[in-house]
Design a protein around this ligand. Sequence first.
Ligand SMILES: [Zn+2]
Length: 210
Amino acid sequence: MYPVLKIMRMLNFLDTFSMGVTGGGVCDDHKKISPMDAFSLWHKDVPLKVVLFAWHLFWDRLPTKDNLLCLGVIDQASRLCVSGCGSLESSNHLFLHCNFFGSVWNFIHRWLGLSVAAPFQVSDHFNQFSCSGGTTKAHRSILQVIWFAVVCEIWKERNNSLFNVKECSVNQVVDKIKSLAFTWLKAKYISLPLNYHGWWFSSFTILGIG
Ligand SMILES: [Zn+2]
């Protein structure tokens, strides 16, 4: 068995175990999460640490402010989203529904020529987004890579705003997402490095699956 698969199996086992012991984690009364099996998240074009980050996101195990509040790490006064939108910071809010961070998806949809209404939960969004750009395996795979890049850059930007008091515009975050996805895919698509400019404007066409 590949080491990665071993890690995934171990994580699935540990989380199943912890859910059985604790009853499902902190503040379960307001959590309605559809956790995913680690195997269904594994993607060979995405770094393992990013897949593991997404796995924690799906299980609502990130140190978002709602979780920190439930654990007593922060107080009520610190519970709001770092963007200044005025809402409580939860995973679903931060990655999907925030006026600032959530709006990143609008730019991504425009870039890819997609029309997708955001569901309430992050895990549903992963499934929906993956299937929104075509029926082929190649389409689904590339959209998953882009999805991982989006949540990765949203989390980085959230932490930059929170800890470094350094803020980017939505356009700058979107550029970082395009750049990160490009970096992950260029090893697989050998013509991609020659079409850096095209990737910015018409990603599917450049990859030859448009
Ligand atoms: Zn917000």
